[in-house]
Design a protein around this ligand. Structure first.
Ligand code: CS2
Ligand code: MG
Length: 398
């Protein structure tokens, strides 16, 4: 079997997605998600100009070797653009291999370790009453775990209260931020939600890289009475050692990794057990091949998986995550904010969401088909993620 075509499909059914489609000489096709929110066209060029010419003629069954060829052969290693491109190739090859075997992909990853995949949804509100309504809406949709994000008195916008996806515009939206106001406000939000919904509902929160380790340690401790399921991205993790201070200060579980693209980004965090959940998505971590290795490495330290799954991970990337979620032993929870109806029409998929749980389905391969004609009717639109500025105008992590 040989790859005869490598095609990049860019579409924007409500937000931009980049998809790689590989076709073999016996007509099998495979899909891979290469969406890098706000920098999509960089990955398109990496794939079209540098990778696609190398793929034609390759044996699609040589997944590990192709991954090593694209990772080591580029010389310039790691990084979000490179690893999103490599991820798309890797995922498409797994899709092809599972289709050739006539099996859903999870069967090639060790088979099912569970019957269904617990999901968490996003509950957002500019005010606490609005947040309560959003939590109720997620519970009515069947979610059994929710991430809670709210506006902060005095601030115009806060992470998560906006769509959180790249906005279709020519320049990044500028949002405002005040860490002290946030640190004062968030414990009162958790208290109100616990008061309203009780002690059992798993509540997650994403600090979105905005705190110093000292502030993160303080927040982790202040939230302990409300028993959060986790505090995510509590402080920028380029300096992995910074988490030692947070870990020493609080028993609040910590989740990190959606912006990581290599196991080396995690090495200290995992080997010193400074975190409880790894958050990387197939799309940003170089594919199914390296993510399965990361999950198995994390399992040695009793760290669980919690794959990143917002709307800017396409249904192709989400499906790949679900096959891994079903198979690995140390599954934790799957983020699932869903997609627009139109996105579901462009990317017809076998995965299902019911009663707060997901399942990848039993179709051979990933279980996703791309409607290229419909995709072509929704071309790329310039879009950026917002940026954050403090009250004095200095640039802060968004
Ligand atoms: C967020 C993401 O879902 C999350 O945990 O951190 O929605 C993130 O803001 C986006 O993926 C950025 O593109
Ligand atoms: Mg996050």
């Amino acid at each position: 079997m040989k790859i005869v075509e490598a095609k990049v499909v860019v579409t924007s059914p409500g937000r931009n997605f980049v998809t790689l489609k590989l076709t073999t000489d016996d007509g099998l096709t495979g899909l891979g998600d290469a969406t890098l929110n706000g920098r999509e066209l960089a990955v398109v060029s990496y794939l079209e100009d540098h990778v696609a010419p190398l793929l034609t003629g390759l044996d699609p069954h040589r997944i590990e070797d192709t991954w090593q060829y694209l990772y080591r052969g580029a010389y310039w290693r790691r990084g979000p653009v490179t690893m999103a491109a490599v991820a798309a190739v890797d995922t498409a090859l797994w899709d092809i291999k599972a289709k050739a075997a006539g099996m859903p992909l999870y069967q090639l990853l060790g088979g099912a370790s569970r019957d269904r995949i617990r999901a968490y949804g996003h509950a957002n509100g500019a005010t606490v009453p609005e947040l309560m309504d959003s939590v109720r809406a997620r519970l009515e949709e069947g979610y059994q775990a929710v991430r809670i994000q709210t506006g902060i008195p005095g601030l115009k916008a806060v992470y998560g209260v906006h769509a959180g996806v790249a906005h279709q515009q020519q320049r990044p939206l500028v949002e405002d931020w005040d860490t002290e106001a946030y640190l004062r406000h968030l414990p009162t939000v958790f208290e109100a939600v616990r008061e309203e919904f009780g002690p059992e509902l798993p509540l997650l929160h994403d600090a979105h890289h905005r705190l110093t380790p000292t502030q993160a340690a303080r927040l982790g401790r202040d939230l302990e009475p409300y028993r959060p399921f986790w505090l995510e991205d509590c402080t920028p993790a380029e300096n992995q050692e910074a988490f030692r201070q947070v870990r020493a200060a609080t028993t609040t579980p910590l989740a990190v990794g959606e912006v990581f693209n290599s196991v080396h980004d995690y090495q200290t965090l995992i080997t010193e057990r400074l975190i409880d959940y790894v958050r990387s998505a197939v799309t940003h971590f170089g594919g199914i091949t390296p993510l399965k290795k990361l999950f198995d490495f994390a399992a040695l330290y009793q760290i669980r998986t919690a794959t990143h799954g917002p709307e800017d991970i396409s249904p192709v990337g989400l499906a790949a995550a679900l096959h891994l979620d079903l198979a690995v032993h140390n599954f934790g929870i799957q983020e699932y904010s869903g997609h627009t109806t139109l996105t579901g029409e462009v990317f017809r998929h076998a995965y299902t969401f019911a009663d707060g749980h997901l399942h990848p389905g039993e179709q051979p391969g990933l279980g996703v088909e791309l409607d290229e004609a419909l995709a072509a009717r929704h071309p790329y639109e310039q879009a950026y993620l917002p940026v954050n500025r403090l009250q004095d105008g200095s640039l802060h992590d968004w």
